[in-house]
Design a protein around this ligand. Structure first.
Ligand code: SAM
Length: 316
């Protein structure tokens, strides 16, 4: 029995009175699952089983949006570092699509991203979001919803629940999950032409974990930190030889971030592309560096090699 089947079995299992069905073969298997502590098979068994399965179910949550630069692949490297500090508050100044936060599942977190549409979506998930509008993977449908979303922005209704529902739809249906705006502030990502999209309507599982997390949308430097916060910072990648990046996070911002992180009293982990100047910056600021192969390839002397990622750490 895999975990998904187990979870749906227990969710359909009902309450304590269904304990008498324990001898049924399908249910018996639940008791054999390694998650279940057989020793607790007394009156409190159900409560305990449900609690364990809730933890497991929440641990399976995937990022609800597509987001450029998602670091799901880094979670297995970050986990052992985080585990030593997991009683602290996790602060992610560049939380993006929450790939890392959902992977680490902190009890308390301060999650920030300058993209206010993204944070508006998280805000409404935390309030309780059910998407009750039709969701269709169709070009005409997409451009109509895009128009409606842009109308809301023009009317200053960017922080409404309707904007959150449309943002989810546009993110999943548009090209590559991009979030791009034209000069006049209109969302201008084209239709994505995906074969199949599994839309989610009920975000109540996310609500359960978001309850304990605080969301903000401001420049990272405006965040107010506690000395013992654990910071994981994942800014837009440094692109060597450019002063001004397309994403609006330029070299001066990378330096500003390095100095801000160096001034924090608690543990800090930064991830970035291992460019020469990033390595130099963080070495000079007294961070310890480790290098990893990123899952994307770059051209190097005519060969394709994995891009290098750096983790810069302090007070770990
Ligand atoms: C590489 S992504 C983070 C991805 C995230 N770690 C994940 O796994 O999904 C970088 C994020 O930084 C945000 N950002 C850019 N400039 C910022 C700033 N000055 N302050 C806060 N966030 C910023 C972008 O909106 C983007 O979502």
């Amino acid at each position: 029995m895999n975990d998904e089947t187990l979870i749906s079995a227990i969710n359909n299992f009902g309450d304590q009175s269904s304990l008498n069905k324990v001898e049924e073969p399908g249910v018996k298997k639940i008791f054999d699952h390694p998650l279940v502590d057989i020793a607790a098979a007394d009156g409190s068994f159900f409560a305990k089983l449900k609690e364990q399965l809730t933890i497991k179910r929440l641990a399976l949550l995937k990022p609800p949006l597509k987001w450029a630069g998602g670091k799901r692949w880094l979670v297995s490297d970050l986990k052992p570092i985080w585990e030593k500090h997991n009683r602290r508050r996790l602060v992610e100044p560049f939380c993006g699509g929450l790939a890392v936060t959902l992977g680490l599942m902190p009890k308390q977190a301060l999650l920030n991203d300058i993209n206010s549409h993204l944070v508006n979506f998280f805000y409404w998930v935390k309030e309780g979001l059910y998407i009750d509008i039709p969701l269709e993977n169709d070009q005409h449908f997409y451009y109509n919803y895009r128009k409606r979303f842009n109308r809301l922005l023009e009317e200053g209704k960017h922080n409404t629940i309707e904007a959150a529902k449309l943002f989810y739809y546009l993110n999943r249906t548009g090209y590559n999950g991009l979030c791009r705006f034209n000069k006049t502030g209109g969302f201008n990502v084209p239709f994505g032409s995906y074969k199949k999209i599994n839309y989610l309507r009920d975000f109540s599982n996310y609500r359960e974990v978001f309850r304990r997390w605080e969301f903000k949308s401001e420049d990272f430097e405006a965040l107010s930190l506690d000395d013992d916060d654990f910071i994981y910072a994942d800014p837009p990648y440094d692109v060597e030889f450019t002063q001004y990046s397309k994403q609006g996070f330029n070299w001066a911002d990378q330096v500003r971030l390095g100095r801000w992180l160096a001034g924090h009293a608690g543990p800090v982990v930064l991830s970035n592309q291992a460019t020469g100047r990033i390595k130099e910056l963080y070495r000079e600021l007294g961070f310890k560096l480790i290098f990893l192969d990123a899952p994307r390839m770059i051209s190097c002397d005519g060969n394709r090699t994995p891009a290098k990622e750096v983790l810069a750490m302090k007070n770990i």
